[in-house]
Write a protein that binds this ligand. Structure first.
Ligand SMILES: [Zn+2]
Length: 366
């Protein structure tokens, strides 16, 4: 079975849509939040717990897996699905974002990016061809184009040059991709906060008729209003019959607003990173479970949540574990946070079917 996207319901007040993305490892019902497993593990969470949290597609990171353990080992193990014992859809990013974040150690040419490995100092070159080769070896269902990600403070000229180069690199990625029946290559719309550059990038990408499209270069340090304005402009320009993925975004408000603009997929490290710092996401709020007021709070984190932490443990117990730096405390908060963000996108999905999205989620859309 290949890849296809069906739109099942459209919101009549916004661009929001509910759909199903079919992949060789199963379906992804959209809109949906995707947990991040950078090193082929969603930190602290076993695959069964991810399934219980209703995760359908998860992410892994090309750059990190290339450095450790290396894609050859993952391939020998039977690919990412088999290596990490996750038999549902997986998406790998291209490594571009990480490579371009290493501003001290890299050199960019038309060919690609050369950098010193922060692990062992060896010189590594990642080009569009190399990124696709690594992603072909890793074997995720969705792979991403290798693109140039300019920083949020780049000038318009710099962003325009990076966007043009990303398009030239995308064509090389398409050329290099060896496994089109089992892996869908998504293109990435760049262009920073400049709406004319975004429009041009979408026009170029549409010509390649790719199986899916992502909006990149948001959430790199700009104001939330600018993210929203960029997504609001860009998402409706993308083809309606292909999945749309907003990279690196996963707060309640940003997701709700992006869904209203027609985005289907999200990823963010927030739920696990917050979990490791003792922060829980509860009904749209952030709570610091270490706070003294939870020491004798014997109710669950969230009465309406069916995750293992909320079904079995009290806030007092979670507070105690996190204050004692017990592993289980961090794991339970991470599991709850993942469950909560997926549930939020599922509730939105349901509201799109019911035609109540614009009213039910009005507080997040304003
Ligand atoms: Zn929970």
């Amino acid at each position: 079975m290949g890849f296809s996207f069906e739109c099942q319901a459209n919101c009549s007040h916004t661009h929001a849509r509910a759909g199903v993305f079919n992949t060789p490892h199963g379906i992804v019902e959209t809109p949906r939040f995707m947990p991040v497993g950078t090193l082929a593990t969603v930190k602290g969470i076993i695959p069964q717990q991810l399934k219980d949290a209703k995760a359908q597609m998860i992410l892994a990171n090309t750059y990190h897996l290339h450095l450790q353990p290396g894609e050859d080992i993952v391939k020998e193990a039977g690919g990412l699905h088999s290596f990490m014992a996750w038999n549902q859809p997986i998406l790998t990013d291209s490594g571009g974002f990480q490579v371009f974040s290493l501003s001290e150690m890299r050199k960019i040419t038309e060919q690609g990016v050369t950098f010193k490995s922060p692990r062992d100092g060896r010189i590594i070159e990642i080009s569009p061809e190399r990124s696709i080769q690594i992603q072909n070896a890793l074997g995720a269902d969705v792979i991403m184009a290798f693109d140039e990600c300019p920083p949020a403070d780049a000038t318009k000229e710099q962003v325009a040059a990076a966007t043009d180069r990303s398009y030239r690199w995308l064509k090389r990625c398409v050329e290099a991709h060896q496994n089109t029946s089992k892996q869908a290559l998504f293109g990435i719309v760049q262009g920073g906060i400049h709406l004319d550059l975004r429009t041009k990038a979408v026009e170029q990408l549409r010509e390649l008729d790719l199986p899916g499209y992502a909006i990149g270069g948001v959430s790199v340090g700009e104001e939330p209003e600018l993210i929203n304005a960029t997504v609001k402009h860009t998402a409706p320009l993308l083809p309606t019959n292909k999945p749309r993925y907003l990279m690196g975004v996963g707060t309640y408000r940003e997701m709700a607003q992006a869904i209203a603009s027609g985005i289907d997929l999200f990823d963010c490290v927030i739920p696990t990173r917050f979990g490791r710092h003792g922060t829980a996401l509860v009904q749209g709020e952030r709570i610091n479970i270490k706070n003294a007021k939870y020491k004798r709070d014997y109710q669950p984190l969230d009465k309406t949540c069916s995750c293992y932490a909320c079904s079995n443990f009290s806030r007092a117990y979670l507070c105690h574990m996190v204050r004692s730096q017990e592993m289980l405390g961090y794991i339970m908060l991470s599991l709850h946070n993942i469950t909560e963000l997926i549930r939020f996108t599922q509730q939105i999905r349901q509201s799109i079917f019911l035609g109540t999205f614009a009213t039910d989620f009005a507080s997040w859309l304003g």
